[in-house]
Write a protein that binds this ligand. Sequence first.
Ligand SMILES: [Zn+2]
Ligand SMILES: [Zn+2]
Length: 580
Amino acid sequence: MDALKELADRKGVADVLEQIASFLELRGENPFRIRAFRTAARAVAGFPGDLRQAIEDGSLASTKGVGPATLQIVTELVATGRASMLEELREQIPPGLVEMLAISGLGVAKIRQIHDVLGIDSLPELEAAAHDGRLAKLPRFGQKTSENILKGIAYLRQASTFRLSHHAAEEAEGLRAALQQLPGVSRAIVAGEVRRRSEVVRDLILVLVADVPPAELFKQLSQYPGVHEFAGQDERRLTLRFAGGASAQIVVTSPVNAGAVVAQATGSEAHLRELAAFAATRGFALNGAALWRGSEFVSTPDEERFYSALGLPIIPPELREGRGEVEAAARGALPRLLETRDLRGFLHCHTTYSDGSNSVEELALACRACGYSYVGITDHSQAAAYAGGLKPDDLRRQSDEIDEVNARLEGIRVLKGVEADILQDGRIDFESGILERLDFVIASVHSRFNMGAAEMTARILAAMDNPYLTIIGHPTGRLLLSRDPYGLDLEAVIEKAAATGVALEVNADPHRLDLDWRILRSVREAGALISIGADAHSAGTISNVEYGVAMARKGWLGRDDILNARPLDEFLAYARRRRG
Ligand SMILES: [Zn+2]
Ligand SMILES: [Zn+2]
């Protein structure tokens, strides 16, 4: 359980430092001082090991990013669980103003204006002022800002209930490893949305397989110092809340029933409904998280035996969304799903030429080490000035460098590509003379997200007429939990992708995961190909690709549906095919 305590400690301390930074910001304090607290929060969150010990042996004091002022706060927090600086600040600032800081697009200056002019210091009041027009009338606000603030409030509410998949997975795994150590627990299993690889996660759910009575386990958990609040729903389930704000549902089961319990805790509800209906036709019932045949309890020590008792093969968790998977399993027609090792090419990555942090060679070596046979370098184009977009000359320099790297390295081929902006009128941000020297081209929308759906659709369809285009990058532009997809006739784009042989990306950045997995089956049915794009900005984010693969799996896709699962020569032929 030490790992759990350490995790809760670090997260709690980092949260306090972050909060202090925001409070100082609201009071208009020195930006350097504010930044120092944010840096320290990150340093503490990423600190490997026990804070208490690191304070004692002096290793925290010598950690980069931790200064004397923050060290004092961390020491106080670890010793007493309180931070007097935070408490003093809290007394001076209305809590509603602090919440407003988290609304995207609403900076400190505007918050102060809202507070000073309209006397508003809570989110409900802010919402009312946006609705009745008071907000739009403030100097430098206007209707648009007012609308964005309303959207921001809605997102804030959503973001406080949901977390992104990579954060959830990390949190769940940290908990799992810690709970696994509890006396009497033989297995701790992550279930729920994390196991189904949902793109956003509301509930962390873990199953503990234990030989001891649940009440005994609950007692241990409730007394644990990292646990802040403890709520038992019934004799087998409880919710834990940790000091840092994280929470998780814990389900306890005896080994003999583990399969049925894990399946139920994994869900989804829609899947379980399909499953229950199917079970009924075979004389089974799912009752009290156990499988019964009439009045006879059916032993299900693991999921494999749970599904096979029903006459089904085990259904991959990603498919358990109630989209016909039970019926497919019963017919023996479950798809063979994509696996990361099916990917031959690593596509969509940014180097130091634009906004990435590694060189061409470093990325090539990292991709080779992961078993890829080719890597497609795709830095930003000139229109993306904010991201260090490349001018034609830069692209030429990069091309020479790629030739050099290819001459030097064995076992991986570096491809010349670009992530070119789709300009407002649908042109791609480089002339044909430049594009024709590349092995393949990704084009993405990075500007003017707010144009109408008809205009945006025309813009993207026009780009697809460019014979050098290989892949449309992050086709709907969504940012999970922070920005909606732009208005777009996605069906028209899919249809055109099939007709023109342009692939559509599943962008694997866990903030995007765009296209949405729910649309992927219709992409395949239309006859278009999917490309898994890592959108890696460093060698350290190469494993993002796993999130893209998970989306493909949730969309029932297999190796044949994926462009970069093809070997190098087939990939190059695909990219050249349209050039005539
Ligand atoms: Zn992009
Ligand atoms: Zn990108």
